[in-house]
Design a protein around this ligand. Sequence first.
Ligand code: SF4
Length: 276
Amino acid sequence: MRSFAERQAGLQKAVRPLRKKFGKQQMASGEDVALQLVRFLLLEESSHAEVNEAMVRIPAGFVDLNELRISFPEEIAEVVPGVSFIQRKASRITQLFNAMFLRHNTMTWEFLRTYNIRDLRQYFEKIDGGDAVLSAAAVMLLSPGHAIPADSDVRRTLGRLGLTEHGEDVAALQGFLERAVAKEQGYETWALLHRLAETVCVVGEPACAKCLLHGFCPTGIDKLTKKAKKSETKTEKKPEKKKPAGKKPTAKKPKAAVKMAAKPAGKNNQKKKKKK
Ligand code: SF4
């Protein structure tokens, strides 16, 4: 088990080159609360490009957020077909929106920005469609407080980087991230891990050879070492058998000749029966 300091140092080591590659990550400002939540829920296991495209299509495809709320997941999927796992995400969005609408009878949720951090956390932990990840996201996106949501992309990348503990749950991982990362770097750290997740450390087989962290990522090191060993074994050739010196290879007889030789002799060639 790694100490807190070791994990923190590992995280910083991973984030530094990501910041160099992807640049400073800044939260989109001025977006409606409901749309910020939609953006967050759509981004899990999807790329920024897919989600940005979806966020342009949503206002064009629905009259307002209320229409989005009452739409079937299949209808939402038709409007934003490019987002991965869209039906599952669409049902989560409508489930959450309906629960919030039932509580407040409005789709304007700017008042959530005035909640204190504890209330905001509890609100999204308890509401239908919410959970510990969404409550951390709400703190990160809607308040000046500090939280880093450990969504599936964050859990996957940190897990492969060896920065999670065996059996660590979402709340514990979020607790670690909140202590290990300074408040002003919270959103950036989350966003950079997402960039890593959508480019190379993807769901399924990660593209470790193209990853700038493969030099110290235990998963990357393991995968690339195994790959190198496999290709070494493939290229290893068996020593060729030496032909005995001086012996010329015997030429193959032409097929016809072989046939002729094998053919039973004609009448003239048949052995004459010995006369008794
Ligand atoms: S080396 Fe591979 S497993 Fe490690 S972070 Fe990069 S892509 Fe993910």
